[in-house]
Ligand binder design. Structure first.
Ligand code: NDP
Length: 281
C-alpha cells in the first residue's frame, strides 16, 4: 500500500514555519499583506478566496479582499492593480481566476509587478522558471514539489510523466521536475497511447480535470502518483486518479481532497511571506 502524500499534515507543518517567519518580520517592524481581487460571483472562486483570507488570518498576515462586480471594465481592474502595486502594505496581489470572459486575463496578470505576483503567473516569473533563474514559482506546482521532497521521493534521473500542459500546472511542474534532473514527458489530449508513457513513470502527475482518469493499469508499481484534479461528482470532490485501485500498487499517492489543494494555499502564503522578506531586505 502506498505512502500517503498527506497535504493536510504537510501544509500544517509549513504553516507553523511561516507563522514564525511572519512573527520575525513583525519584530523587525515589517508587516505582511496580501490583496485578493475577486471579479464576479463564481461560486468556486468565492470559496477559494474565503480560504485564502482564513489562511492569512491564521498567520497574522494582513489580508484585503476586493470584490468587484461582473461588469467591471478592463480599465477599472487595471487601475485597481496599479493602486495595489503602489500600496506598501501589500506584498502580494492575487487576481482570482477565471475572470469574466470580457476581461483580458493575460493583460491583467502582466499589470501586476513581478515582485508582488504571488501566484507566479506573470510572464517574467514564468520566464525565470523556464530559464532556471530565481523568481516566484506558481503555487500548485511549487506545492507538488514540496510534497515529493518532504516525503523523500527520489527525483534525480527518474522518469517523470505529467498529464496536462496548462500554464498554471502542467508546464510549470514539468519545468520544476526538469530542474530536479528528472527526465520529463508532458502528455496532453493529443498524446498517442497515453498508457505507454504513464506506465514508465516513476513520478506521475495528473492535472487533467477528469474524474478517475488515471486507472491502476496505467501506473507502474511503486510510482509516486500526484493527483492535482478537482472534479465535482454527485456533490463530492474527487481527483483525476482512481485512488482506491491505484493506491495498492503505487509507492506514494496524494489524496483528493487533502492533497495538493492544501499545499497550494500553503505555497501562496509562503510566496507572500517571501515577498515581505525581500521587501525587508
Ligand atoms: P486545463 O483544463 O487547463 O488542462 C487540462 C489538461 O489536460 C490539458 O493540457 C489537456 O490537454 C489535458 N487533457 C485533457 N484530456 C486529456 C486526455 N484525454 N488525455 C490526456 N490529456 C488530456 O486544467 P488545469 O491544468 O487548470 O487543471 C487541471 C486540474 O487540476 C483541474 O481539475 C483543476 O481543477 C485542478 N487544479 C487543482 C489545483 C489545486 O490546487 N489542487 C490548482 C489548479 C488546478 P490539451 O492541452 O491538449 O487540451
Amino acid at each position: 500500500m502506498a505512502v500517503l502524500l498527506d497535504g493536510k499534515v504537510m501544509a500544517a507543518e509549513l504553516m507553523e514555519g511561516l507563522k514564525a517567519r511572519v512573527e520575525a518580520l513583525k519584530n523587525k517592524g515589517v508587516s505582511v499583506g496580501l490583496a485578493v481581487v475577486l471579479v464576479g460571483e463564481d461560486p468556486a472562486s468565492q470559496v477559494y478566496v474565503r480560504n485564502k483570507g482564513k489562511a492569512c488570518e491564521e498567520l497574522g498576515i494582513l489580508s484585503e479582499t476586493i470584490r468587484l462586480p461582473e461588469s467591471t471594465t478592463q480599465e477599472e481592474l487595471e487601475a485597481l492593480i496599479d493602486r495595489l502595486n503602489h500600496d506598501h502594505r501589500m506584498d502580494g496581489i492575487l487576481v482570482q481566476l477565471p475572470l469574466p470572459k470580457h476581461l483580458d486575463e493575460a493583460a491583467v496578470l502582466r499589470k501586476i509587478i513581478p515582485e508582488k505576483d504571488v501566484d507566479g503567473f506573470h510572464i517574467e516569473n514564468a520566464g525565470k522558471l523556464f530559464t532556471g533563474q530565481e523568481g516566484v514559482v506558481a503555487c500548485t506546482p511549487k506545492g507538488i514539489l514540496h510534497m515529493l521532497k518532504t516525503a523523500g521521493v527520489p527525483l534525480s534521473g527518474k522518469d517523470a510523466v505529467v498529464i496536462g500542459r496548462s500554464n498554471i500546472v502542467g508546464k510549470p511542474i514539468a519545468m520544476l521536475l526538469l530542474n530536479e534532473n528528472c527526465t520529463v514527458t508532458i502528455c496532453h489530449s493529443r498524446t498517442k497511447d497515453l498508457s505507454a508513457h504513464t506506465k514508465r513513470a516513476d513520478i506521475l502527475v495528473a492535472a487533467v480535470g477528469k474524474a478517475k482518469f488515471v486507472t491502476a493499469d496505467m501506473v507502474k508499481e511503486g510510482a509516486a502518483v500526484v493527483d492535482v484534479g478537482i472534479n465535482r461528482v454527485d456533490g463530492k470532490v474527487v481527483g483525476d486518479v482512481d485512488f482506491e485501485n491505484v493506491a495498492p500498487i503505487a509507492g506514494y499517492i496524494s489524496p483528493v481532497p487533502g492533497g495538493v489543494g492544501k499545499m497550494t494555499i500553503g505555497m501562496l502564503m509562503e510566496n507572500t511571506v517571501e515577498a515581505a522578506e525581500r521587501k525587508a531586505k
